[in-house]
Design a protein around this ligand. Structure first.
Ligand code: PMT
Length: 411
C-alpha cells in the first residue's frame, strides 16, 4: 500500500491536557503505519502521561526539557529540521497561544519555530476556552500561516460538561497527515471521479430496491487516489462509511441521480472509476404514499436504467468499470469491457469467500485490451492502489502520446 505517512519523520508535540493519553494511541497508530516518530512533551504534559509511555511505543528518547544535557545538541533544531510533519496533539489553549505568538520557552514551542515542516494542531480544551475570542483568533493566525487545525469533537469533557473540545481521534489526525504528505504523490495534478455504494430505487416513501454494496471498495479507491495527490470527486450512494476528509463528496440516491452527478463533474476529469453497484432497473411509477398490505399480490413494473458508464463519451477520460459476477467471471467481464467502451475492467467474483460485497478484502482480475492480471485476495485498499498503478501507466502513456509530435495523427 502506498501510504504517504510510511517512512516519514513525524514529530509529535504533546501539551498538558488530559487528552495526552490519546496522543499515546496516536503515536502507536503512527508507528503501525511505519512512520518514524519523535515525541516532544511540555513539562506539564508529563504530569498527565509519563514520557516512558511514549518511549515504549516509539523506541526513541522523548524530549521534555529544552536544556536537557542528555538530549542531542540543540535537539529542538535538529528534530525540527529533520521532520516531515509536526503534529501537536493535544494542543491546549496556552500552547496554541504560544504557537500563534511565536514563543519559545519550552521544547515544543521552540521546535515549532525551528521547523518548516507542515504543522498540524489538534486543540483539546473546555468549550468555553475553545470558543473564547482569544483562542479563536490564535487558531485563525495559525491557519493563515498554513497550519492544519484538526477540529475538536463534541462530547463529555474533563469538567463533566458536554460540548466541543475533545481532541480529534487518532484516525482523523492520521488522515489529515496523509492528505498533506500525499499532495506531491504520483497522481498529483490528476482529477479522478470515483463512484461507490449501491444506488437505491424508490418503490414508495418507505421502501426501495437496492443491492448489497457497502461502498467500501469505492471509498478505498477514493482515499488511495487522494493519498497519492489526486483531486478526487467521490459520487456515493448512501453508505454507513464516514465521509473522507480532503475529497469532494456528492451523495446521490438513484442511478439517474448518479448519472447526473457524474456528468456535472466530468469537466477537467482525467479518470472515471465506477465501483458503484448501479441498479439496472427502477420502478416505473414509484408512489407517493406507503403501499398498504391488502393480501393481494403486488406487481411492480421495472424499467431499465441507463447504462451510466457506457453513456460517458470522452476521448481523453480513462474509463474504468467493475464487473460484479457470480458466474462466467472473465467472459462476462470482457463482454462488459467491450460493450461499455472501457479502458479497463475489474472483474470481481462476488460469490468467492472474502470477496465482493461488504468485506474488507477483495479478489479481482484486471482486464484490458492487452490481457488480464489475476490478483490474490488482498485488502480493498491494496486493490485500490494496484488499480491506481494500472491507471497511472495508462495516463502516462497518453501523456507521452500527446507530447510526441509523431504520435497518433488525427483523421
Ligand atoms: O461496495 P462493496 O461492499 O465494497 O462491494 C464492492 C463491489 C462488489 C460493489 C464492487 O467491487 C463492484 O464489483 N462494483 C460493480 C458492481 C456492478 O454494478 O457491477 P455490474 O457488473 O452490474 O456493472 C458493470 C459496470 O457498469 C460497473 O462499473 C457499474 O458501476 C456500471 N454500471 C452498471 C449498471 C448501470 N446501469 N450503469 C453503470 O454504469
Amino acid at each position: 500500500m502506498s501510504d504517504p505517512v510510511a517512512g516519514k519523520r513525524v514529530l509529535l508535540g504533546v501539551s498538558a491536557s488530559i487528552a495526552a493519553f490519546k496522543a499515546v494511541a496516536l503515536a502507536s497508530e503512527l508507528v503501525k503505519t511505519s512512520a518514524i516518530v519523535d515525541v516532544i512533551m511540555t513539562p506539564n504534559a508529563t504530569r498527565f502521561v509519563a514520557p516512558l509511555s511514549f518511549e515504549a511505543i516509539v523506541h526513541r528518547p522523548v524530549l521534555t526539557d529544552l536544556f536537557d544535557p542528555q538530549a542531542r545538541s540543540i535537539a529542538h533544531v535538529s528534530l525540527g529540521t529533520e521532520a516531515d510533519a509536526y503534529v501537536i496533539a493535544p494542543a491546549t489553549a496556552d500552547c496554541i497561544a504560544g504557537l500563534a505568538l511565536g514563543l519559545a520557552h519550552d521544547a515544543l514551542l521552540a521546535t515549532a519555530l525551528s521547523t518548516r515542516a507542515p504543522l498540524f494542531v489538534a486543540p483539546a480544551m473546555e468549550t468555553l476556552m475553545l470558543e473564547h475570542p482569544a483562542t479563536q483568533a490564535n487558531l485563525a493566525t495559525l491557519r493563515s500561516r498554513g497550519a492544519t487545525v484538526v477540529e475538536p469533537e463534541s462530547g463529555r469533557l474533563a469538567s463533566g460538561r458536554v460540548g466541543r473540545g475533545r481532541m480529534a481521534e487518532p484516525a482523523e489526525l492520521i488522515e489529515a497527515l496523509r492528505i498533506a504528505l500525499g499532495r506531491e504523490g504520483d497522481l498529483a495534478g490528476r482529477r479522478v471521479i470515483v463512484t461507490a455504494g449501491g444506488t437505491q430505487e424508490p418503490i414508495d416513501p418507505v421502501r426501495l430496491i437496492s443491492n448489497r454494496s457497502s461502498g467500501k471498495m469505492g471509498y478505498a479507491i477514493a482515499n488511495a487516489a487522494r493519498d497519492r495527490g489526486a483531486s478526487v470527486t467521490l459520487i456515493t450512494a448512501p453508505t454507513s462509511i464516514p465521509i473522507p476528509r480532503g475529497v469532494d463528496v456528492r451523495t446521490v440516491t438513484t442511478a439517474l441521480d448518479m448519472q447526473r452527478a457524474i456528468h456535472a463533474s466530468l469537466a477537467g476529469a482525467d479518470v472515471l472509476i465506477m465501483a458503484a453497484a448501479v441498479s439496472d432497473y427502477r420502478v416505473a411509477s414509484p408512489v407517493d404514499h406507503k403501499i398498504k398490505r391488502d393480501g393481494e399480490d403486488l406487481i411492480l413494473r421495472l424499467i431499465p436504467n441507463p447504462d451510466v458508464i457506457a453513456g460517458v463519451k470522452s476521448e481523453t477520460l480513462v474509463k474504468v468499470g467493475f464487473a460484479a459476477e457470480t458466474d462466467d467471471l472473465l467472459i462476462n467481464a470482457r463482454r462488459k469491457l467491450e460493450a461499455k467502451g472501457l479502458d479497463l475492467i475489474v472483474a470481481n467474483d462476488v460469490s468467492a469467500p472474502g470477496s465482493g460485497f461488504g468485506s474488507d478484502t477483495n479478489q479481482v482480475t484486471f482486464l484490458d485490451q492487452a490481457g488480464s492480471e489475476v490478483l490474490p485476495l488482498m485488502s480493498k485498499r491494496e486493490v485500490a492502489d494496484r488499480l491506481l498503478d494500472r491507471i497511472l501507466s495508462v495516463l502516462q502513456q497518453r501523456d507521452a502520446g500527446s507530447a510526441d509530435p509523431s504520435g497518433p495523427a488525427s483523421p
